[in-house]
Ligand binder design. Structure first.
Ligand code: ZN
Ligand code: ZN
Length: 405
């Protein structure tokens, strides 16, 4: 049984080496804390004290009374955690370095091999009391909040897990970016370059969505993780782009998603749907997704072109393996290399003199504008090259994201 394991472990310890030092029941029991299940360390300690005639003293040489402070720590933690909405929590602690060193050297002197660290005991016992007091559960893997007890100073710091919400957005404006775009020159402080705003655009999908969430949750910051992104001047239409919005240090964690959707949709420039709770793991999956996208492009040719010629060019383009050097428009921030992509499907919607409108389904990572206008020969082949007529892309919108979600 369990107590036999405790006593067997205690039998392997050189109790003579303890000498005059007295230990409290908890510290005594913790020397064999990994032996026997279902006992508290003071119970282990009392059994060991009796079996090995370890005398009790007035003060504990090891913890110097720290373990008597557990109920006080639990009060401090419960009060601090009460400021934050949470379903689950975890307790961590900082222990006086000299105490930790005494514990380590005692294990060596006594030959104790199944000891438990005082830090673990503090964390667990404070956690138990807090759980009993608050009715909230301990979660070791992904707690909503973590209380760190600085035991020498009676101070509790709270780490708050970010809040994640998944959804899909549509961007109905050609004037806002997906994410907040801080001013490069002043890095957010505000300067002449950004008109004192600290950012290059008045708002963004991120700010509109996060703003609505934070009306409910509070929080100190936000981020938006998209499954890819569209250009600022592109609309995001159709089934919307999957994203996860992240809120830092939320005061409240329960979100009325319908109210968030209403608030965002009232902006008139962004719409969201399918909002639900999410996790950091989903952010990783989202970032790795290589979904095809379908675009609608409006093209203007240098000279009028027969619809049949446009169709012919598009068919050849769809059949080709396209080699794309890093486009001129992004070459200032990305290294120059050649990537190969394919268009899955191309459909001519309308051709009228110099204007044409096409639907293009492209593999993830395709520079679609460049596949059409050729980027001065940096993309080969291109619609411009295949038709022999230069063209520009006057509008490019995403109309479908072909993810599996
Ligand atoms: Zn002690
Ligand atoms: Zn600025």
């Amino acid at each position: 049984m369990g107590l036999d394991d405790v006593l067997a472990a205690a039998a392997g310890i050189n109790w003579q080496a303890l000498g005059e030092r007295s230990l409290c029941d908890a510290c005594l029991g913790r020397l064999v804390g990994k032996a026997g299940h279902g006992f508290a360390n003071p119970e282990r300690g009392r059994a060991v004290r009796e079996a090995h005639r370890v005398l009790p003293g007035t003060a504990c040489w090891l913890c110097e009374g720290l373990l008597d402070e557990v109920p006080k720590f639990a009060d401090l933690v419960a009060a601090k955690l009460g400021e934050w909405d949470h379903a689950t929590f975890l307790v961590g602690s900082k222990i006086d370095l000299e105490l930790a060193a005494r514990e380590e050297s005692l294990w060596v002197e006594l030959g104790a091999t199944q000891g438990e660290l005082v830090k673990n005991e503090i964390n667990r016992e404070v956690g138990k009391l807090v759980a009993a007091r608050t009715g909230k559960g301990v979660d070791f893997a992904r707690p909503d909040v973590t209380a760190i007890v600085d035991t020498p100073y009676d101070v509790v710091e709270v780490e708050v897990a970010p809040l994640f919400l998944y959804g899909r957005y549509r961007k109905l404006s050609r004037e806002i970016p997906q994410t907040r775009w801080p001013c490069r020159r002043c890095r957010g402080k505000g300067c002449d370059h950004c008109g004192g705003k600290g950012k290059m655009y008045e708002t963004s999908v991120e700010e509109i969505v996060a703003g609505e969430v934070m009306k409910q949750t509070g929080g100190t910051g936000h981020a938006l993780h998209g499954m890819g992104r569209e250009d600022v001047d592109a609309l995001m239409l159709g089934n919307g782009r999957p994203f996860v919005v992240e809120i830092s240090r939320p005061r409240r964690r329960l979100v009325d998603v319908a109210a968030v959707e209403d608030g965002v949709n009232r902006s008139g420039i962004v719409e969201v749907e399918s909002l639900r709770p999410s996790t950091r793991d989903e952010v990783v999956r989202l970032k790795e997704d290589r979904a095809d996208k379908t675009y609608r492009a409006r093209i203007r040719f240098a000279v009028p072109l027969e619809p049949a010629k446009v169709k012919e060019g598009l068919a050849a383009l769809a059949a080709a393996r396209i080699a794309q050097r890093t486009p001129t428009r992004v070459s200032h921030r990305r290294s120059d290399r050649v990537r190969h992509r394919a268009l899955r499907d191309v459909e001519l919607l309308r051709a009228d003199g110099r204007e044409a409108e096409v639907l293009v389904r492209a593999e993830a990572g395709t520079y679609v504008k460049e596949a059409l206008h050729g980027d001065g020969g940096r993309t080969e082949p291109s619609l411009a090259g295949l038709t022999g007529v230069p063209c520009e892309v006057v509008a490019l919108d995403v109309v479908r994201i072909h993810d599996t979600g």
